[in-house]
Design a protein around this ligand. Structure first.
Ligand code: A3D
Length: 320
């Protein structure tokens, strides 16, 4: 049986890391697409040359031609520009919306059966625009943010409790921005919910509040340190987790930017919600009950995503 084909649209920091991870995990053959000539070709060759030492079997190809993504089972989109210090994710909207149009048309023409994972910021508005421009079914187009935000939350919690990150599960919902909603009630250490851990005296509410804030600022913390761009190792690993769930029909329950059609009381928009990913793409949105405070945070986050969608409609009338 032929290996699956994974198309990576954008061969920058995240795109290159995605290609490396996909090859090392033998998820399939990789096509790395970018408008910059030489970058995807150079990264593909470099990664392919790591194959003998690492011992993986995967073909890698760099290209500027959308025809090369033909028949891809998965497309991961990072094309666009990242943040620099002082910029918000929303500052990227105008430039990246135009990029989504070109990418959406390329996917529509050459890989209409793919499962598409968007990473380009501002995430929730870009994945919505990408679905519209590509015309692919909504269950086959989603955005990566919740897996990364939850991973950051889990990492910080594991430091606080001094336990393995594997034993910490955590949930971050809402839009991928300053209004994201880390849900402490649904976050646990080996099944013990955070509020119980506070009651037990293992940590304090103030410490958990500080961790929640650090999670919200997690992207900006990295941008501030790197100064030349934004995070890429953890974002790439998070998207690969989603791609693997699809390719292997794992039915993982992962928070993703998914198209809501009634779930969480929302219609016709993308926002971070718990989903099940299997070989039909987004198989299901898990419509969990939020308490009053959580609902208020979620509503605020939804409003900020709607604001970005309106801004997109103002720029491109085909989205209205
Ligand atoms: P970067 O290293 O600049 O790579 C972006 C690549 O896109 C560059 O190589 C560009 O040449 C290429 N590109 C630009 N326009 C096009 C086009 N029309 N077609 C194809 N390729 C094009 O950025 P990066 O990899 O660090 O980040 C990529 C995106 O991911 C940015 O928008 C970031 O803000 C975003 N990001 C999102 C998260 C989330 O959690 C959602 C996390 C980190 C970064």
């Amino acid at each position: 049986m032929a290996r699956p084909k994974i198309a990576l649209i954008g061969a920058g920091q995240i795109g290159g890391t995605l290609a490396h991870l996909a090859a090392m995990k033998e998820l399939g053959d990789v096509v790395l697409f970018d408008i910059q000539e030489g970058i995807p070709e150079g990264k593909s060759l470099d990664i392919a040359e790591s194959g003998p030492a690492e011992g993986f079997d995967a073909k890698l190809k760099g290209t500027q031609d959308y025809a090369d993504i033909a028949g891809a089972q998965v497309c991961i989109v990072t094309a666009g520009v990242p943040r620099k210090p002082g910029m918000s994710r929303d500052d990227l909207l105008g430039i990246n919306l135009k990029v989504m149009k070109a990418v959406g048309e390329g996917i529509k023409a050459h890989a209409p059966d793919a499962f598409v994972i968007c990473i380009t910021n501002p995430l929730d508005a870009m994945v919505w625009a990408l679905q519209k421009f590509s015309g692919l079914p909504t269950n086959k187009v989603c955005g990566m943010a919740g897996v990364l935000d939850s991973a950051r939350f889990r990492h910080f919690l594991s430091l606080e409790f001094d336990v393995s990150m594997r034993d910490v599960s955590a949930f971050v919902l809402g839009g991928h921005g300053d209004t994201m909603v880390p849900l402490t009630r649904y976050s646990t250490v080996a099944g013990i919910p955070l509020p119980d851990l506070i009651d037990m005296g293992w940590t304090t509410k103030d410490k958990v509040d500080a961790i929640v804030q650090r999670t919200r600022d997690g992207g900006a913390e990295i941008v501030g340190l790197l100064k030349t761009g934004s995070a890429y190792y953890a974002p790439a690993t998070s998207a690969i987790e989603m791609a693997e769930a699809y390719l292997k029909d794992q039915r993982r329950l992962l928070p993703c930017a998914a198209y809501c059609n009634g779930e969480f009381g929302l219609k016709g928009m993308y926002v971070g919600v718990p989903t099940i990913i299997g070989d039909n793409g987004i198989e299901r949105i898990v419509d969990i009950k939020l308490n009053k405070d959580e609902q208020a945070m979620f509503d605020k986050s939804v409003d900020s995503v709607k604001g970005l969608m309106d801004a997109c409609k103002g720029i491109d009338e085909t989205l209205a």
